[in-house]
Ligand binder design. Structure first.
Ligand code: SF4
Length: 646
């Protein structure tokens, strides 16, 4: 497929756009000239023109979205932009792109999300024939979706304001790939996925997220139809997240939910197609029963566990395991025996076979570069196979195939260089740039490292840390994020601090994330206690957020199966996992967490790290060398004085 989407245009210097008197200065309501933004735009343009890879760290406030969008719009070939979250994707598509349309009116841009975000028209029509809507709320929602389907252009669920994130109804009518019959579907020509692919094939820019991008990379490898049309370059925003996403998509995951979805879809398809299938229904019931017995073998405690003992597990439970595989084989064969079966039935048989192979891979394969583990989350049991090191896969599937890959984020460098990122992702031959933020961190932020607290692994730490947090919050009048590396510590310290202060206290887990953030933004002097999901992608400007307090250095939990496997592999290969992996990863996480505080030139506030190892241990130097040049103190009195000036 062609990737040259438009003729190369005459390009005036980027200074004419980003310079002090450039196009942005004349048209953007909040534009301020930033040398680093112009430098980033020049670096991205050069990477695209010369077909080179580029790593660029651009501090908060650089205006990096425009700095990569403008060169992309001036590029004559198709470029993909991949963001860390759907929120950021929408922000780029609905805010930044329309603004730049004034300068590039011809450009064609398509927003693409994962298939489960879009409605499947065929399933929507099929469900009408089934008495499966439960309760007034679902009936009402169905009616709304039926109406919306008549006029929506995208079919994207984000347009449905009243649809709950966890809607059971949506999971039965979304366009996920497993149940799609593709060109054999009656609705194929009108299908929202088909229309999105057509728009994408005619577009200059595709705005995707990392999950969709890596799902596509996985499909390309398996020689299925890909999701994205061919492209000449890719820009990853929030690129510090891509090792995690790649790990997920280069691995295999099977679960009791996937088995149940197959069972449910089989029943629904028989009903929707009015097929007689007593044998198939018998095979579905058998599969459910066998799967229940199999998944019950995993202890009922939430958490991620290494699956080192797969061989003894199989020896002990061979009968249960074989019965489950046989139930999948039986279902596939009953499905293919149905006379005059529509394509949906063949699809279900294929899924049963894929699941069987997934179980075999998770329980029997012996690949050295993979770690085998399982997780329980609520009612879900997940069997996982993850690559320990994604660098070779990334090189082979991405960096050697795509001429220009740009990695950008505010947090990519450790102690001023990209050695860690390059080693983790397998990047070779990339241009590199670290662009300082134009914020005056020495003026705007005070880093407080109380030296008198014990090591956070000491039993007395929660009590003494709680006392310290109370003192800091009194000085900042609340208005703080208190961020933790563990739920248990968060809850314990929350219970200790709450009775001591009269500020409104919010706790992660008591309401959905967006609701908590809205309450934080709209409640004066609020304090939010939270863990890792609030360390990234949260933007609260102004005085409402005046302090970020972090309980301990955010080292990944070494007992986590993926982390443990990575540590083991680096050490076995003669490296030092603590310096090469654990410390740099914690540095990036700390930079992310602290990055919540200063979001604009007028923000001021306090950063506190209660883990004195940052001062006492030799590796603390790496953290300080990686953080912006904050003013520093270990005296509470100086913190109070700083806050009085704010
Ligand atoms: S082509 Fe697939 S996703 Fe589209 S309407 Fe048909 S079954 Fe649904």
């Amino acid at each position: 497929m062609a990737i040259a989407t438009k003729k190369p245009a005459e390009k005036p210097p980027l200074e004419k756009i980003f310079g002090p008197h450039g196009w942005l200065a004349r048209h953007h309501p909040h534009f301020e000239y930033r040398r680093s933004q112009l430098e980033m735009a020049e670096a991205v343009e050069s990477a695209l023109e010369n077909r080179q890879h580029l790593i660029v760290e651009a501090g908060t406030g650089t205006g990096k979205t425009l700095a990569y969008l403008v060169p992309i719009l001036r590029c004559s070939e198709r470029v993909v932009v991949s963001t860390g979250t759907k929120n950021l994707q929408e922000q780029v598509f609905f805010k930044d792109v329309p603004f730049l349309k004034k300068l590039f009116p011809e450009m064609r841009v398509t927003l693409m999300k994962g298939r489960q975000n879009y409605l499947c028209r065929q399933k929507l029509y099929d469900i009408e024939k089934q008495p499966v809507l439960s309760g007034m709320e679902e009936v009402d929602m169905y009616a709304q979706i039926r109406e919306w389907e008549k006029h929506t252009e995208s079919g994207d669920r984000a347009e449905l304001q009243n649809l709950r994130d966890t809607s059971e109804l949506w999971s039965r009518i979304d366009a996920r790939g497993e149940a799609c019959t593709g060109q054999k579907c009656k609705e194929f020509e009108r299908c929202f996925i088909t229309l999105m692919h057509q728009r994408a094939a005619e577009s200059d820019i595709l705005i995707v997220n990392h999950h969709l991008f890596f799902a596509d990379l996985g499909l390309r490898q398996m020689e299925f139809a890909s999701l994205l049309p061919d492209y000449a370059a890719i820009v990853f925003d929030e690129a510090h997240q891509i090792e995690d996403v790649a790990t997920q998509y280069f691995g295999v995951q099977i679960s009791n939910y996937r088995v149940e979805e197959l069972a449910r879809d089989t029943e629904a398809t028989l009903r929707a197609k009015s097929l007689e299938g007593a044998e198939v229904l018998g095979a579905v019931a058998d599969l459910r029963h066998r799967a229940d017995i199999f998944f019950d073998l995993f202890p009922a405690k939430d958490g991620r566990n290494a699956f080192h003992n797969r061989e003894p597990f199989l020896q002990t439970n061979r009968g249960t395991y074989s019965s489950l595989l046989n139930a999948l084989v039986r279902l596939a064969s009953e499905l293919t025996r149905l006379k005059d079966r529509p394509e949906e039935i063949n699809n279900l048989a294929r899924r049963a076979e894929e699941l069987r192979r997934g179980f075999e891979f998770a329980l029997e394969s012996k690949e050295r570069n993979f770690v085998y583990w399982w997780e329980r989350r609520g009612r879900g049991v997940f069997l996982e196979v993850s690559p320990i090191d994604v660098s070779a896969l990334m090189r082979e599937r991405l960096f050697d195939k795509v001429p220009a890959v740009v990695l950008t984020s505010a947090t990519l460098a450790v102690a001023g260089n990209f050695d860690f990122l390059k080693a983790r992702l397998g990047v070779q031959n990339a241009k590199e740039k670290v662009l300082e933020s134009h914020f005056d961190f020495g003026e705007q932020a005070l880093l407080y490292t109380p030296a008198h607290l014990p090591d956070p692994r000491e039993p007395d730490f929660p009590r003494l840390a709680s006392e310290e947090i109370v003192q800091i919050l009194k000085a900042t009048h609340g208005r703080a994020f208190v961020l933790f590396t563990s739920y248990q510590q968060m809850r314990e310290i929350f219970e200790r601090v709450r009775p001591r202060l009269r500020y409104p206290m919010l706790l992660q887990g008591t309401a959905p994330r967006t609701a908590l953030l809205d309450r934080f933004r709209s409640t004066r002097h609020a304090v939010l206690f939270a863990t890792s999901s609030f360390w990234q992608g949260v933007d609260v400007q102004g005085q409402q957020l005046s302090a970020v307090i972090i309980d301990r250095l955010p080292f990944a939990v070494p007992s986590d199966p993926v982390v443990a496997a990575r540590i083991r592999m680096i050490n076995e290969d003669g490296g030092n996992a603590f310096t090469e992996y654990q410390t740099p990863e914690a540095v990036i996480a700390l930079k992310q967490g602290f990055g919540r505080l200063i979001r604009s030139e007028t923000d001021r506030g306090v950063l506190a790290i209660l883990d004195q190892r940052i001062v006492r241990k030799p590796y603390g130097r790496v953290f300080f060398a990686s953080l912006p040049h904050y003013r520093r103190t270990d005296k509470l009195e100086e913190l109070r004085a700083f806050m009085r000036e704010c």
